[in-house]
Design a protein around this ligand. Structure first.
Ligand code: NDP
Length: 346
């Protein structure tokens, strides 16, 4: 049944941004400068993945590199300088089936003419039962967050990509031994990262191996600890138990797009589909940028670049489609939008 609720114009935001990584804040900088007064919903990890990166060496403009959290603070302040509001809230549900779009942050409801999605991605896990049991007690998906706790200990790093190389190199600063465990003998990592790891005398290599079980125990203080792992040779199938104090899982990332499943087009791996070189999703007025729609490059600078694209797309789309609720967006009449009460059809 069709019913109408009434919203005041000021309750409908021109653009709401979901996610606070380099993509979200860059979108906010551009949307703010376009006078769209964006709100950024920072989500469960304010600042995104870079906040768990010690040193960012490849973001242009920072010749000597910059700690990830510091870079995100700068981006947040830059966005706020142009009228962005940052909310430490997580969007829990969205409705893109009618206009204005509705976003829920728990009990709180927000209305928007356009939405920019920049929800990013998160680390993948091995999905073996013992991994969850010891997560935070010796198993970690973030060397930069947890490496310090493994001072003078032996650890494994799982994976053969750039993340694994970077994390393994980093861990050699603290740990007495770091072994890279990789399921093949060829590496996906870029040559420069692989070479750097190969030149590190503190790194050991265990190829054609996968971890099938994390071994652990309870220590004298009653805390769970990791004591070892069972490795399986991916060529011969032979298994062996080895000792270790920590296991760092560095096997890639999954996009944070569960919220949009069934609403927006996405590929088999859950990355949002965008049209051509734009940030347009399959719903007019909903734009996507950053790692949630990029399974190829996944860099801070490319995320920032697509955040810029999304804000420009949103700005142009809003200009071309003045919102007249109760009707389809049209270019015909522009002043109805200024009415104090606007009907919203649900
Ligand atoms: P990748 O997808 O590149 O690599 C993932 C690695 O984990 C692969 O070696 C893969 O093995 C392995 N793997 C995946 N699933 C499993 C599993 N279930 N069990 C065991 N091993 C598994 O991800 P990364 O996070 O390493 O890199 C992502 C992107 O980020 C890349 O483009 C990279 O260049 C970039 N990056 C850049 C950095 C920098 O420039 N400083 C730092 C870190 C990342 P297999 O090869 O067999 O598939």
């Amino acid at each position: 049944m069709k019913h109408t609720t009434h919203l005041k114009r000021h309750e409908v935001h021109p653009v709401l941004i979901i996610g606070s990584g380099p993509a979200g804040f860059t979108a906010a900088i551009y949307a703010g400068r376009a006078n769209l007064h964006p709100i950024v919903f920072e989500g469960e990890q304010p600042g995104g993945q870079l906040t768990i990166t010690t040193e960012v060496e490849n973001y242009p403009g920072f010749e000597q590199g910059i700690p990830g959290p510091e870079l995100m603070d700068i981006l947040r302040k830059q966005a706020c300088r142009f009228g962005t509001t940052c909310k430490y809230e997580t969007i829990t549900a969205v409705d893109f089936s009618k206009r204005p779009f509705t976003l829920h942050a728990g009990e709180q409801v927000y209305y928007a003419d356009s939405v920019i999605i920049s929800t990013g991605a998160r680390a993948k896990l091995l999905n073996i039962p013992s991994e969850q049991l010891y997560m935070g007690f010796g198993v970690s998906a973030c060397a930069t967050c947890d490496g310090f706790f493994f001072r003078n200990q032996d650890v494994l790093v799982v994976g053969g990509g750039d993340t694994a190389m970077e994390e393994a190199n980093y861990l050699t600063r603290f740990c007495s031994s770091v072994t890279i465990v990789h399921r093949r003998d060829a590496f996906r990592a870029s040559k420069i990262m692989l070479d750097r790891a190969k030149e590190n005398p503190k790194l050991k290599w265990s190829t054609n191996q996968e971890i099938i079980e994390v071994l652990g125990a309870t220590n004298d203080q009653g805390h769970k600890i990791v004591t070892g792992a069972i490795l399986r040779n991916t060529v011969t199938g032979k298994t062996e138990a080895i000792k270790t104090n920590g296991i760092f899982v560095a096997i890639g990332h999954s996009p944070n797009t569960e919220l949009f499943r069934g609403l927006l087009d996405m590929n088999d791996h859950g990355y949002l589909e965008t049209k051509g070189k734009t940030s347009f999703t399959n719903i007019a007025g909903v734009f996507a940028c950053g790692d949630c729609q990029d399974h190829v490059y996944r860099q801070a600078v490319t995320a920032a670049g697509t955040g810029c694209i999304a804000a420009i797309d949103a700005e142009r789309w809003l200009a071309a489609n003045p919102m007249i609720y109760g009707y389809e967006p049209t270019n015909d009449v522009t002043d109805i939008i200024m009415e104090e009460e606007i009907p919203r059809h649900a």
